[in-house]
Design a protein around this ligand. Structure first.
Ligand SMILES: Cc1cc2nc3c(=O)[nH]c(=O)nc-3n(C[C@H](O)[C@H](O)[C@H](O)COP(=O)(O)OP(=O)(O)OC[C@H]3O[C@@H](n4cnc5c(N)ncnc54)[C@H](O)[C@@H]3O)c2cc1C
Length: 412
């Protein structure tokens, strides 16, 4: 009885019942975007999820600390039968890019480094051959790369040329009889320390156009030195490549890469994939943060019961869901053949920005524990920084969209 004489309702039994209810499942796919694909495709996604959770999650922090690559996973990834899944022919499954994107989410949700390794091989390297190779080159490389018997890398960025690659590549190619002589350096090239083939983009001295070359492992004049001390995507083996009078046969020149427009076609395709990766990275951090919030108690209650903590969680979920809807539509446009550069650029810039904000919220939610690797979220925070910058920074993608919507180019 209160001092006013009005009896207060007894809410304790309601509270107890509430406390005993099972908690909702932890999932970042709030709008069930992954259920929009066929039953066959759902089975593929489930297979990849099981692989990532059972084979990658338990070991990845150890590799991340040592900045080492888990080579033993390559045959297991090959067995998943998902490499080059959206390409047609050459043993590839000819599935949609929506499925390809959802696969990137499944990988990045557990580990963005593994998603990047796979994206470089299956997207950038195989994609260069798929889009720019001759029929003979495709027959030679795509089946073995699909089976992951040969691993690929993609060398565009240089020590002095990053965002400005379209106009300023300094690596040169000079024709000498039936061969080409490559000279220059490439920086940041993922997988290149061990790749069997690296696609090198270089400027032809004769016509000043950018051309692509398949440089095979062990080619004299090609060296790939591992880049040390990265603070993000530490499992990915990035290399500084030096090409010193590196002779490549004319047969290894990508026969249908005639200018940077062809390089850009590869980037357009893979940029969409990076936007999906950003969704996965944000989702992984969110799911760890939600599970943590349900368990961690302060002031005698799970922190998930505090309004400000729920605000963080819902902010994260909104970011993820908006990004998912965007990339789903983007890939539908890609599958319909109507996706342009600016569509991919908008998604890449938006989703990676939202990913960066989301992983920051997740870190905040974990308090001090958020910077301990054992709680997983810190790895996503670091890795989001690399995803944010590679395959076109936010600024470059913004300029691409800005040009498309205004009709004025603001590129310098
Ligand atoms: C982990 C990782 C993996 C990578 N893997 C690969 C790979 O496998 N293959 C490959 O070829 N490359 C790879 N890259 C390179 C990546 O694509 C470049 O880092 C990216 O394109 C940006 O180039 P940059 O780092 O040289 O930055 P810069 O071009 O030097 O840019 C520095 C800053 O200036 C801004 N800026 C530049 N120009 C303009 C402008 N005109 N207007 C406004 N702002 C501008 C940029 O947005 C950025 O903020 C990788 C990078 C990382 C970090």
């Amino acid at each position: 009885m209160s001092t006013t004489g009005i009896k207060k309702p007894d809410t304790s039994s309601r509270r107890d019942a509430h406390a005993q209810r099972p908690l909702p499942a932890v999932t970042g796919d709030f709008y069930s975007i992954a259920t929009t694909v066929s039953e066959d495709d759902k089975a593929i996604l489930a297979r990849v999820r099981a692989f990532m959770e059972s084979e990658v999650a338990p070991i990845i922090n150890d590799y991340w600390i040592r900045a080492a690559f888990p080579f033993e996973l390559i045959p297991k990834m090959a067995a998943l039968d998902i490499t080059g899944i959206s390409y047609s022919g050459y043993g590839c499954a000819g599935k949609t890019t929506v499925l390809d994107g959802l696969l990137a989410v499944e990988m990045a949700r557990i580990d963005p480094s593994i998603a990047t390794f796979f994206g470089v091989h299956s997207g950038l390297a195989m994609g260069s051959i798929y889009l720019c190779g001759s029929e003979e080159q495709k027959q030679q490389w795509l089946p073995v790369m699909r089976r992951m018997e040969k691993i690929g890398a993609f060398g565009l960025t240089e020590p002095e040329v990053g965002s400005g690659a379209s106009g300023g590549l300094m690596t040169t190619a000079r024709r000498e009889g039936d061969a080409w002589v490559l000279n220059g350096q490439k920086k940041w090239i993922g997988n290149a320390t061990f790749a069997d083939v690296t696609v090198i983009w270089a400027r032809d001295e004769a016509d000043n156009q950018v051309k692509g070359f398949l440089v095979e492992k062990g080619t004299p004049g090609f060296t790939a030195e591992k880049m040390e001390d990265k603070m993000a995507l530490r499992v990915v083996q990035n290399a500084l490549i030096t090409l010193k009078d590196c002779h490549v046969p004319e047969a290894n020149r990508l026969q249908n890469a005639r200018s940077f427009r062809d390089t850009a076609a590869v980037l357009r395709m893979t940029r969409a994939g990076v936007a999906w990766q950003a969704v996965g990275c944000a989702m992984g951090a969110y799911e760890h943060a939600l599970a943590y919030a349900q368990k961690r108690k302060q002031f005698g209650k799970p922190i998930a019961s505090f309004q400000l903590v729920q605000d963080l969680l819902v902010g994260m979920l909104g970011n993820i869901t908006a990004s998912q809807c965007m990339v789903l539509r983007l890939s539908q446009m890609q599958d319909a053949g109507v996706m342009n550069d600016e569509h991919a650029s908008l998604a890449k810039a938006f989703c990676t920005s939202k990913c960066r904000e989301t992983v920051g919220f997740a870190r905040e939610l974990l308090g001090g524990n958020g910077i301990l690797l054992e709680n997983q979220v810190g790895r996503f925070v670091a890795d989001a920084e690399a995803i944010y910058s590679y395959e076109g920074t936010r600024e470059m993608n913004t300029l691409i969209v800005g040009r498309a919507v205004t009709g004025f180019s603001a590129f310098v």
